[in-house]
Design a protein around this ligand. Sequence first.
Ligand SMILES: C[S@@+](CC[C@H](N)C(=O)[O-])C[C@H]1O[C@@H](n2cnc3c(N)ncnc32)[C@H](O)[C@@H]1O
Length: 225
Amino acid sequence: MNKINEIQKLYNASGVHPTTDPDNPKSQFFVDRYAKHLCKLIQPGMRALDLGCNAGRCTFAMEDMGAITTGIDCAEIPIRHAKTVAHKRKSQCQFNIGDLNSLPYRKNSFDLALFPSNIVEVSYQTLENMTVQLKQILSNNGLFVVFMHDEFIKRAGEATFLDRYDALTGLKGGHNTIPDKGAFFYPTYFWTVAFAKHIIEKHLFCKRVEQVEENLFLLVFCNKK
Ligand SMILES: C[S@@+](CC[C@H](N)C(=O)[O-])C[C@H]1O[C@@H](n2cnc3c(N)ncnc32)[C@H](O)[C@@H]1O
C-alpha cells in the first residue's frame, strides 16, 4: 500500500470545506491557534514554507504576517483552490504539489518551515527524510517550527485504541468516511513529543519546546550550518 496515495485520495475527496477554506471566516479558528505563537517567530521578508499546506490557511496567514510564503501538499484539489484564492487576493503565495519525502527546493530557499499539526500523517521515516532535506533547504539559522499534540496524552485510558495500533511501525489503522464519497483508509502514526524531538534534533538544533495548550506543543528547531 502506498500511504501517500491513500492520503492524496482522502484529501482530494474531502476537497475544500468552510473550515479549511482560507476564504471562509470559519477557517480562522485554525489559524488563530497558531498565529499568536507564529507571529513572534516571523519577521517581515522571511521566506516561509508551509509543509502539508492543504488549501493554504497557514500559508496565507504567514504572508499576512509579512513572510514570503510557499505551500506544498500532495493533494491537487486543495492546492488548486489555494491558487484560486491567491489569484483573487492578489497574493504572492506560491503553491506546489509535491511529497514531503522529496521536497523540490534548492539549498537555502527558506528561513522558516512550518509543520502545523500534520505530524500524525507522516511515518517516522518521512519525518526524518523531511528533516534531512530541511537541513539543506533552510538557511543558516533557519527555523523548523512544529505544532503537535502528544498521542500518549490524548489516548491515556482509551483501551480500544490498542486494537488498531501496530507496535512495530507506530501505524494506527483508521478510516475517514466522507458523506456521499465513502470510506477512505486514513493511515496515521502514534507520535509523542519526545520521539519527534529525538528524530528532528539528530539534524537540527532544538531551541525550545513549549506546551502552549493543554495538549498542543510548540517545538522550534534551528539550522546551524
Ligand atoms: C491535517 S491537513 C493539514 C492542514 C493544513 N496545514 C491547513 O492549514 O489546512 C494535512 C495535509 O498534509 C498533506 N500531506 C500529508 N502527507 C503528505 C506528504 N507525504 N506529502 C505532501 N503532503 C502531505 C495532506 O494532503 C493534507 O492536506
